[in-house]
Design a protein around this ligand. Structure first.
Ligand SMILES: NC(=O)c1ccc[n+]([C@@H]2O[C@H](COP(=O)([O-])OP(=O)(O)OC[C@H]3O[C@@H](n4cnc5c(N)ncnc54)[C@H](O)[C@@H]3O)[C@@H](O)[C@H]2O)c1
Length: 453
């Protein structure tokens, strides 16, 4: 049987694995497959990405170039822009982008292009696993018919599954190998083969009964985060109006050993997942005449947080008898989250654009991001030194990278708007610190001071 032959090739590692899309998800996966003993062909449309990989340079923060370089030199990983190189692989994982269109509907163009690439090179005995985050039904509705039009029976001649990626960029504890991976196939054979393949390089594989279940698992995980972040962001606004320190409330609530999970408020959400993925589900449900209210509400609150932060900045400057117009604002951190080099959907971009549109002179410092281009405007990271901090009328902490010297900021700045509570452990020295919620304080002080809000 075709399935048994493929199973044997997976078990004895003679199977060759193709990866379509070598980004934050595809490249770490390629490395794990290669480390498990499979020869890997990575296909990407970007010459730049392929060139870098073949010369052993990693463009993904969590993949060390030393590790990638060794696998490339030993012939275990090879990248290509020629899709015909996929013709002799036994399994293909697709990890291409799934962004939203301008109207916030799913943009499936990358998945469709990848599907057509795979179809051009498909043969009996091929396993195809979609990894891109998408709405429930994608694998069955968009991939299966294409395979069948080629004359293959899915589950007998070719095998098709969905397995959501859970990579958390910058997480020092959990990476591709030790993060449990969910797999769901079109048929039980599809699930079995996918589980066998991934078990070779991932510690724990969790089987579910269908591709729709696997697709929805990912959307539940990310909707759970978006909704809870939205709820805690609303709590920050509530605390602001009540004059209560939201961070103190969360810290104390976090002492409950059961039934509470800590989420932290911030300047908004970013990255390729949390702000986008829930809209895939919302879109799907709209086609079924159902409105996903939690998703809509969380999105509304989270997307307004940059406006809330800019209002904080304006009021804080007002207390200093200054206007936003003409003030110099130093934004600390533009990445969408701590210690990553990714600005996709980062709320910092909205904050900088809004401050600039109100006439502020905006500069930023980010140890991980040298240049930002937003709406045709190019910003370059300024060095973080005393004079840069002293020159600023306001320092706005947007992303709490670990490499920043927060004590220096508190010592040298006049005014800090701290959206992440990054200055909580600093000694009270100079700056007036305005928090996301109302209890504006000088660092280390138990006494709320200043209004600023
Ligand atoms: N980045 C994350 O943290 C993360 C986490 C979990 C899931 N995901 C999901 O994984 C998928 C991929 O995300 P990513 O962050 O790796 O994206 P990415 O932008 O880092 O990488 C995608 C790669 O695919 C390439 N590509 C685009 N179209 C292609 C095509 N037709 N054929 C071959 N290559 C093509 C691009 O050149 C790029 O190198 C998305 O659906 C995303 O939602 C991402």
């Amino acid at each position: 049987m075709i399935k048994d032959v493929l199973l044997g090739r997976i078990r004895d590692r003679s199977a060759k694995v193709g990866i379509v899309g070598l980004g934050y998800v595809g490249l770490p996966l390629a490395v794990e497959f290669a480390k498990a003993g499979f020869r890997v062909v990575g296909y990407d449309v970007s010459e730049r990405v392929v060139g870098a990989i073949n010369s052993g340079r990693s463009h993904v923060q969590d993949v060390p170039s030393t590790e990638l370089g060794a696998l490339v030199r030993s012939g275990m990983i090879e990248a290509t822009t020629d899709d015909r190189r996929l013709a002799d692989v036994d399994a293909i994982s697709i990890a291409v982008p799934t962004p939203l269109s301008k109207t916030r509907d799913p943009d499936m163009s990358y998945v469709l292009a990848a599907r057509d690439t795979v179809a051009r090179n498909a043969h009996a005995g091929l396993l195809v696993v979609l990894e891109s985050t998408t709405y429930p039904g994608t694998t069955r509705e968009l991939l299966q018919p294409t395979m069948e039009q080629l004359g293959f029976t899915v589950g007998q001649d070719v095998f098709l599954a969905f397995s959501p990626e859970r990579v958390d960029p910058g997480n020092p504890e959990y990476h591709t190998k030790n993060t449990p991976k969910v797999v769901g196939g079109i048929t039980p054979s599809c699930t079995e083969l996918t589980a066998e393949l991934y078990s070779a390089c991932i510690d724990t594989v969790v089987r579910v009964s269908s591709t729709e279940t696997a697709e929805l698992v990912k959307l539940l995980e990310n909707t759970f985060r978006a909704v809870n972040i939205g709820m805690v962001n609303e709590m920050a606004i509530v605390c602001d109006k009540l004059g209560v320190d939201v961070w103190e409330v969360i810290e104390a609530a976090g002492t409950k050993p059961f039934g509470f999970m800590k989420f932290t408020p911030g300047p908004g959400i970013g990255g390729h997942c949390i702000p986008l993925d829930p809209h895939y589900l919302a879109w799907k449900m709209r086609t079924l005449n159902y409105k996903t209210r939690f998703i809509d509400l969380a999105s509304e609150i989270n997307s307004q947080m940059p406006v809330f932060v800019v209002e904080k900045v304006a009021l804080a400057l007002n207390d200093e008898r200054k206007a936003v117009n003409g003030s110099r604002a130093l934004v600390i951190g533009v990445a969408y989250k701590r210690d990553v080099d990714d600005v996709r959907e980062s709320p910092a971009l909205d904050i900088m654009r809004l401050l600039a549109s109100h006439g502020a002179e905006v500069v930023y410092h980010d140890p991980h991001i040298a240049v930002v281009v937003e709406d045709g405007h190019e910003w370059r990271s300024v060095p973080l030194n005393r004079s840069e901090v002293e020159r600023a009328d306001v320092v706005v902490i947007v992303t709490d990278h670990r490499a920043i010297d927060y004590q220096m900021l508190v010592d040298r700045a006049t005014l800090i708007v701290d959206t992440r509570n990054a200055t909580r452990n600093c000694l009270r020295t100079g700056a007036r610190i305005v928090s996301l919620s109302s209890a504006a304080h000088v660092a280390g002080s138990a006494e709320p001071v200043g209004s600023g809000d």
